[in-house]
Design a binder for this molecule. Structure first.
Ligand SMILES: CC(C)(COP(=O)(O)OP(=O)(O)OC[C@H]1O[C@@H](n2cnc3c(N)ncnc32)[C@H](O)[C@@H]1OP(=O)(O)O)[C@@H](O)C(=O)NCCC(=O)NCCS
Length: 190
């Protein structure tokens, strides 16, 4: 497995491949996305490339082989749709803790044929490695057992277990991870 860390400029060059992996990964889940939603992802992704501290990580079996999975994120800043929607729906005390100095863990996806080999976990760890923020935040569907297990095993806690986004019919878990103690995260997985 080869995990590569990419800047926004480098990620822009593999945009088409990344969108393909996103479509393939989600198409095999019960949350299969429509073509419209895939297009939405692609255009939102283009905006995300310009966010502060954007970073993407990709997984391949060899450096020139096809992409098997990716993850990306950026520093959370006022004005972002996801951030503002979540902050609006959470108690103030929770947002003060989790959003004051935070890195948004935006997307993680591994194609079905490559799952169960540790790629998702390796992408997660590589994305957050060395991020100099106090916390990281994400949301995932409440019924997404694989993602929830992965995040919980890596120390994420649930901030809200029944969060409703206006553009999705199912509930989400909003989760947070303390980033300033990587040793604690390692020991929680042993
Ligand atoms: C979630 C996803 C990224 C996991 O990728 P993966 O490469 O299979 O993950 P790994 O092999 O690294 O597994 C890591 C951990 O995840 C958990 N896990 C993975 N698949 C699981 C499943 N089907 N059921 C329960 N737990 C699962 C386990 O805790 C596993 O820990 P282990 O190493 O002790 O077995 C992948 O299933 C995927 O892309 N799903 C569709 C997109 C998605 O849900 N993304 C998350 C968005 S927030």
């Amino acid at each position: 497995m080869v995990i590569a860390r990419l800047s926004a400029e480098e990620t822009a060059r593999i945009r088409a491949e990344l969108v393909k992996v996103y479509r393939e990964a989600w198409s095999t889940t019960k949350y299969a996305l429509t073509r419209h939603q895939i297009r939405d992802f692609a255009s939102v992704f283009d905006m995300h490339l310009g966010r502060d501290d954007f970073r993407a990580v990709t997984a391949r079996d060899d450096p020139d082989g096809p992409m098997l999975g990716f993850a990306y994120g950026y520093t959370s800043a006022p004005g972002g749709w996801w951030r503002e929607t979540v902050i609006d729906g959470l108690p103030k005390e929770a947002t003060e803790v989790w959003f004051a100095d935070s890195y948004e863990f935006v997307e993680l996806a591994v194609i079905e044929s490559a799952r169960g080999r540790g790629l998702g976990g390796a992408l997660h760890d590589a994305l957050l490695e060395g991020i100099e923020r106090k916390t990281s935040v994400l949301s995932t569907q409440c019924g997404n057992a694989a993602a929830l297990a992965l995040y919980r095993a890596r120390g994420w806690t649930t901030i809200s277990g029944d969060f409703r986004f206006p553009n999705r019919p199912y509930p989400y878990a909003v989760m947070g991870l303390v980033l300033n103690d990587r040793g604690r995260l390692r020991s929680s997985r042993e």
